[in-house]
Write a new protein. Sequence first.
Length: 328
Amino acid sequence: MRPLSLQVIVTVALIASVAEGRADPRRLLGLDLYRPVAEGNPLTPGKVKLGRRLFRERLLSRDRSLACADCHQPKRAFTDGRAKAVGVYGRQGPRSVPTIINRAWGESFFWDGRIQTLEEQVVQPILAELEMDLTIEEAVERLRGKRRYRKGFRRVFGWEVNGEDLARALAAYVRTIQAGDSPYDRYLFGRKNALSQEARAGLRLFRGKANCSACHVGPTFSDEDFHNTGVAWPDGKLLDEGRFTVTGKPEDQGTFKTPTLREVARTAPYMHDGSLATLKDVIDFYDDGGRKNPYLDPEIRPLRLTKEEKTELLAFLKSLTGTVKEGF
């Protein structure tokens, strides 16, 4: 009997999992079958729809000029194209806006990993002085002043607008933001012509000589860990302590969370400070071995890639551009 193909096996598993209520039927190719959901905050169409509206609501910023969606723009894979985040009244933050695609699978949040759940994370930009600069009490009061939100919260949660449910609705929506079904995923799924010869050579480099897969692993292309690449150490001086502010461990000075590489061609500029303008710049940075400092990650070392190899690696990174979906 002919052995079942990978596509058949995955399809059968997905159908069975959906039937048992354990899998997400809207899952994109390349992502895990199961989308993690916080206990006490199940996904429902109504809650996600409410969260989507809140994500686009500018009432949640001090001067009513910004919504979450202004910094996390779908057309830019939920980033904003700036080197540094810009909040109300033009206040500039110290770091770039990270993409929030596939954050349902996240283990910690923000560049320094200071927050552990999406329910906590989604309200932090509302509270931050350099971002939306509003208290939760003020946000709730503003939402209660709008009939559509009074009705929406009662319909979804059964009672008045409150801060806890504001967080639950936003987190539910963010969990639906997915990126997958890229040429790379289709190639792995058996469509050998989905990747060009150049991109296939780049994949070999990604897994081998370039050593990218030491940190960018799994369906989300992130190990959810923190690394010192030297970006925070220009001219040998530490400009951003990174993870150290959370742990207090000396070895965490200048370490930052591994970002996903999905949709990476759409999320320029790069790094926590937006200091690298293009993917070519990123490849050159790693090829040079990052920047030396006392705590440089041992995986960061000169790669000695040829010009042709850099072009191939770039082609592979572009092949991680696929489909981005949000909402139900």
